[in-house]
Design a protein around this ligand. Structure first.
Ligand code: FEO
Length: 164
């Protein structure tokens, strides 16, 4: 059985993961509108991954006899000034999510909630990957700058996500 405070914290994380899905879906629409179909597709996959993260927390709360309570999801931004700006925001957002996961770990430790601590290990590892992926794309975009062929090539490469 989860403590009330842990139940609340995990519900807040479900909301944060769904907001992540929302912001990436919004980035997908930005890329669609600016003729980067590969980046749009990459962001759609990312959004789906975030829904999967939310569902992992959902399932865990239910399995521990907790109650999932869904709250309103904030509206995400809708526009960025460049693909680089969008991916920089994605990278920053992942750093923020890492902070949230770390807070949950600290709370689980404080409450001696070993099951939650154990479940969170997966997310600790996942955040390392999430940050590394976003950071690598930011670095590529910085190298490419305004070079159109470079942008088109990266767009094609990112569009291959989910088909490899
Ligand atoms: Fe659910 Fe991208 O962290």
């Amino acid at each position: 059985m989860l403590s009330k405070s842990m139940e609340e914290a995990l519900n807040a994380q479900i909301n944060a993961e769904l907001y992540s899905a929302y912001i990436y879906l919004s980035m997908s629409t930005y890329f669609e509108a600016n003729d980067f179909p590969g980046m749009a597709s990459w962001m759609r996959h990312q959004a789906q991954e975030e829904v999967d993260h939310a569902m992992k927390f959902y399932r865990y709360v239910v399995d521990r006899d907790g109650r999932v309570t869904l709250a309103a999801i904030d509206a995400p931004p809708t526009d960025w000034k460049s693909p680089l700006a969008a991916f920089e925001k994605a990278y920053k957002h992942e750093q923020h999510v890492t902070g949230l996961i770390n807070e949950l770990v600290a709370q689980a430790d404080e409450e001696n909630d070993y099951a939650t601590r154990n479940m969170l290990d997966w997310f600790v590892d996942e955040q390392v990957e999430e940050e590394a992926t976003a950071s690598a794309i930011v670095a590529r975009l910085k190298l490419i700058g305004d070079n159109a062929p470079g942008l088109i090539m990266l767009d094609r490469e990112l569009g291959a996500r989910g088909t490899e």
